[in-house]
Write a protein that binds this ligand. Sequence first.
Ligand SMILES: Nc1ncnc2c1ncn2[C@@H]1O[C@H](COP(=O)(O)OP(=O)(O)OP(=O)(O)O)[C@@H](O)[C@H]1O
Ligand SMILES: [Mg+2]
Length: 159
Amino acid sequence: MSSEKWQSHSAEETIKRARALGTSLRPGVKIALVGELGSGKTTFVKGLALGLGVQDAREVKSPTFVIFHMYQGKIPLYHFDLYRLDEHSDLEGIGVEEFWSDPNAVSVVEWADRIPNILKDADLEIRFSRTGETDRMIRMSGTVLPKSLGRKGFHENRP
Ligand SMILES: Nc1ncnc2c1ncn2[C@@H]1O[C@H](COP(=O)(O)OP(=O)(O)OP(=O)(O)O)[C@@H](O)[C@H]1O
Ligand SMILES: [Mg+2]
């Protein structure tokens, strides 16, 4: 298990860092995002999508009525948003369990803490907190960081 945190000062910076992460992800990686409303989770997913080669990352938005989107990139990206679920739900119950565990895609889930099993099952957990108008503290932890991501590549993009 390794972890790191950084302070983002703008949405653009969050996208840039997430994009760098996206380029180094392997298929099968499961990412859990946790943080209050407006803390930057969807913004981060946009960056991931760019890094994964999704052509139109502007498509990436917080789903309002659906809880699942997929985007076609070099590696497919599955994007879940569990905001509307309660803790008694499970992904199986809503029929997307097999997507979450797809070894050929990267899965990312907003409000992952709504389903404790999802949080437990994730390879990478990213927590967002709002520390100012455009400041966000972003903490990442997980087993996938050093091995699959390559910490070197990750640090190269530090300002
Ligand atoms: N440093 C930053 N990182 C990310 N977003 C930022 C930052 N500074 C300002 N913002 C703005 O904050 C908002 C974050 O919204 P976003 O939809 O990404 O949050 P969210 O965590 O997905 O919220 P929700 O829980 O409602 O889905 C955007 O309008 C974004 O432009
Ligand atoms: Mg969102």
